[in-house]
Design a protein around this ligand. Sequence first.
Ligand SMILES: Nc1ncnc2c1ncn2[C@@H]1O[C@H](COP(=O)(O)OP(=O)(O)OP(=O)(O)O)[C@@H](O)[C@H]1O
Length: 311
Amino acid sequence: MAPRTPCPIEVAHLSKRYGPVRAVDDVTLRVERGEIYALLGLNGAGKTTLIRMLLGMIAPTGGTARVLGADVSAGDRSAWARVGYLVEAAAAYPELTVRENLDVVRRLRRLPAGPGDIIDRLALGPYADRRARTLSLGNLQRLALARALIHAPGLLILDEPVNGLDPAGVAEIRALLAGLAERQGTTVFLSSHLLAEVARLATRVGILHHGRLVGEHDPGHLDRHRRRRLRLATRDDAAAGAVLRAHGYRPEPAGPAGLLLADDRALAEPERVAAVLVHGGVPPAELRLEEEDLESFFLRTVAARDAEGER
Ligand SMILES: Nc1ncnc2c1ncn2[C@@H]1O[C@H](COP(=O)(O)OP(=O)(O)OP(=O)(O)O)[C@@H](O)[C@H]1O
């Protein structure tokens, strides 16, 4: 029988307290091989603390973490050989060039001097001979990712990997990580507060709030539970509102001008809404389907939980 590959990440009741602050509070989660698991949370939610515990950089005050089948203990760097990690983009040697920075990592990891493959994969070619201190935040982040990927690890643990990248850079990193997971079975555990990006990249999303894991979802769930509404612009909102109410819709004012409709019937058949208004003599100048962005979704769901907790 083939040996069972160890579970990439297993965390049980993991906690970290700093005095009265519960930075990470009784988190239990498991990440399977080939998953892209995103830990989503607002600033201060505990993402970095959890990642530092996974990497043995700080000791938990409770619970356990296993990475690639081995217990993690603070100060023990044995897992680092098999893990690619990114915890601080600024950790590059500022006076060395991009190429020299990568050479240092290559030597430390005892890797053969390779061609510029990793430089190309991270689109760092034009900056290869620039000193790290002169790089933009986005390129510094690319260099940090190159360092994490240089030894083709089976597990990547990345704290805010797309921080500082422009939209094109974010898309590049997304394609790179998705390709690694898909083609090589690389497991990716990342943290982010960029909700829209996470929904497109992750195969599973864990929501961390005040140190607690308050939910785990597939990205489809996030999509299904996002609020949608129709925004209407008309030349006479009062008349349009009356026409819509007469047809059983429940329009609401959209600030100083325009109307919003969130009824399921309106969302399912926006063209009927338009037809009703045309027949009622107030044709819409604009009718647009709006989707709640994930930031607002997140704040709404987390706020609902907080309110429940206080009751
Ligand atoms: N060394 C420390 N000493 C005291 N408190 C700390 C320490 N490190 C983190 N904290 C606190 O623990 C909580 C979680 O911080 P953490 O940096 O893990 O959050 P985060 O989700 O990574 O946030 P960000 O996205 O802002 O980095 C915060 O309240 C933070 O102030």
